[in-house]
Design a protein around this ligand. Structure first.
Ligand code: COI
Length: 360
């Protein structure tokens, strides 16, 4: 427990009518709340200057390490408004832990977990009016850490900053919760053995942008990455984890092999599925197995999952020279039922039997 207290500088708030217009149809990542969090770290003084400040541009020296060597990590979690008006966040301590795992890999300082959770609470409390209450809506929270020492030598920075911004959100994919198409990236990889694939760092997402653009040019909403050596063993999608469902109700998902993100949604779904008695296999999965399973009817559903995507059904897998449509393109029954259960817990209409919600 640190005794670091937040100082607060009140922002000029967006007029209520304008905020309400945004909350009616926020999209994803388009609008930001009135405040943000900033905490500074230096090698000599540790974490200090914890502040709630008006949302706005940050001054940065052009020599800041993050601008040159990409020393940056981030997280994504959401705050939800329950039917009684109260606000909850979902498993923030899991994000705090993962941020520190990413920090370790990117040679950034670890942030005390309770300070992370407190920072989230500070921001959601001051900007509580921005937590929407519509179907599939939430306040998306984006904690991130950047190295901002002004120094061009290539070594871990001795100064960093942790920030949290917040953005009201509807469904991640335009068009709402509709099944999406996936493009298999064959020549372009996201991660390799011993790389940063398991860390939530900006560089992994930067590496996914060209393949993602190729996916979009082929009418696909997400790109599928495989192990770069086999181009068959499945890692994850550009910004989310992947699950397949077998006809006997078994869920299959790639094991945490060092290349993929340990998704909080992934982990929660494994728990919910096991609670229902479904077998869940975390192991190596291949595109070959997926294609064969669709062809012989033993793999019946596929979905993407993540904080932003929640659970998004997959209707098609395509790549150079092939295209496989799954069934009639309708979302799978187990996919939608798990989605309903998870969002029900998050939205306060189902029992939180695992104690995942942090009530503000
Ligand atoms: C999330 O699901 O929170 C992510 O970080 C994925 C993407 C929006 C980058």
């Amino acid at each position: 427990m640190t005794d670091l207290a937040f100082t607060r500088t009140a922002a000029e708030r967006l007029p209520a009518a304008e905020r309400e217009a945004i909350l009616r149809d926020p999209g994803f990542g388009n609008h930001f709340t009135d405040h943000m969090i900033s905490i500074v770290w230096t090698v000599d003084a540790g974490w200090h200057d914890a502040e709630v400040v008006p949302y706005g541009p940050i001054a940065m020296d052009p020599a800041s390490s993050v601008l040159h060597y990409g020393q940056e990590i981030f997280e994504g979690l959401k705050a939800y408004r329950r039917p009684d008006g109260s606000i909850v966040t979902f498993r923030p301590e899991a994000n705090a832990r993962r941020l520190n795992e990413s920090a370790h890999r990117l040679a950034l300082p670890e942030l005390p977990e309770e300070l992370f959770v407190r920072a989230i609470r500070e921001l959601v409390t001051v900007d509580a009016d921005w937590v929407p209450n519509g179907q599939d809506q939430s306040l998306y929270l984006r904690p991130f850490m950047i190295a901002d020492e002004s120094f061009l030598g290539v070594r871990a920075a001795e100064r960093a900053r942790f920030l949290v911004i917040a953005s009201p959100a509807g469904p991640y994919f335009a068009g709402g919760v509709r099944p999406v198409s996936i493009w298999l990236s064959e020549g372009l990889a996201r991660a390799g053995r011993g790389g940063t694939g398991a860390a939530k760092c900006g560089g992994n997402y930067a590496a996914s942008l060209l393949p993602q653009r190729i996916a979009a040019a082929n009418d696909c909403q997400q790109v599928l990455f495989t192990d770069s050596a086999t181009v068959d063993t499945i890692d994850e999608l550009g910004g989310m984890n992947l699950f397949l469902v077998r006809a006997d109700g078994t869920l299959l998902t790639p094991q945490l092999n060092g290349n993929i993100l340990d998704g909080v949604t992934r982990r929660s779904l494994i728990q919910l599925a096991r609670d229902r008695g479904h077998a869940v296999e975390e192991r190596d999965l291949t595109v070959t197995e997926w294609r064969a399973g669709v062809a012989d009817g033993s793999i019946t559903e596929a979905f993407a999952c993540g904080t932003a995507a929640v659970i998004t059904p997959i209707r098609r897998l395509a790549g150079e020279g092939f295209e496989i449509d799954f069934g009639d393109g309708a979302p799978g029954a187990l996919t939608m039922s798990l989605r309903e259960e998870l969002t029900g817990i998050q939205g306060g209409i189902r029992e939180d039997r695992h104690g995942w919600l942090e009530v503000l």
